[in-house]
Design a protein around this ligand. Sequence first.
Ligand code: PEP
Ligand code: MG
Length: 325
Amino acid sequence: QRLDFIHHSHLPAETRDGYRVKIKANIELLDEIPTVIEYGAEGIGLFRTEFLYLASRSLPSEDTLYRAYREVAERLAPYPVTIRTLDIGGDKFVSTVSLGDEINPALGLRATRLCLKEPKLFRTQLRAILRASVHGDVRILFPMISGHMEILAVKEHLEATREELRREGVPFRDDLPVGIMIEVPTAVTMADVLAREVDFFSIGTNDLIQYALAIDRVNEHVAHLYEPLHPGVLRLIRQATEAAHQAGIEVAMCGEMAGEATYVPVLLGMGLDELSMNALAIPRVKRMIRLSDQEACRRLAGDLLAASTAREVRERLADFLDQHY
Ligand code: PEP
Ligand code: MG
């Protein structure tokens, strides 16, 4: 049965009516690459890069980072690898970077904010990513972007880093696609503006749900209130997707929600172009996609977006799953 499943995961992720979705994997460690390939991912949609900062006592050198990114890019080629810049802080701590005491780390010095405050840390990683970009199809993804000024600041650092490499005669890909995580509610409400600045969006539902519902993603006391199918969450996903498509860019989803097979009809219906997940979830998700009809999913999504409560969404989705699968 396992073989059957794996076989399935190498079939195209296409609905009955011909809607093609990209299915990619999320990784943290290079050890995960064989599984990613075995389970039929069409690339890495989210490479979380914190691990190299965890692994050593001192900050990793540019060369250490470069070698790791290059290896991932080469092993995945010709498939794309989306490397996310440091997302330290919040629920992710590393011993080599001290953030000071924070009462509210999820709202504190985190991810891109930290990188903008520590330009050397940021630039070292940017140099490594740019250098690795000539060894495969590398893309760069910035986490926790909350508005226009942050994108501009990040892009300035990227441009200055390119300039530096150019001066040194170090090769890199000039057309490296640049994307942002959509995981802060204001990134959704400003999505039309942000979409003009980047090549793609990747919706991070783990944080987007946390910030939208004000539910700590790691607090067990409120875990029962953490609700991906809240109609308010669905509306945010919809708004970000529409803004991206209107601007002519693609939208991925790389939060846990993307790997939940029963949510596939909802996500297809909202028009996501790519789903990135733990590789082990790929066979189930692909199977659901291949059983789906995008037109029907689109009607379902419209229906769910009009619901008043998460409970109503769940009931309508359960009916739809009973009828169609
Ligand atoms: C997310 O927030 O949904 C996400 C993919 O990023 P992380 O879980 O690493 O914060
Ligand atoms: Mg996140």
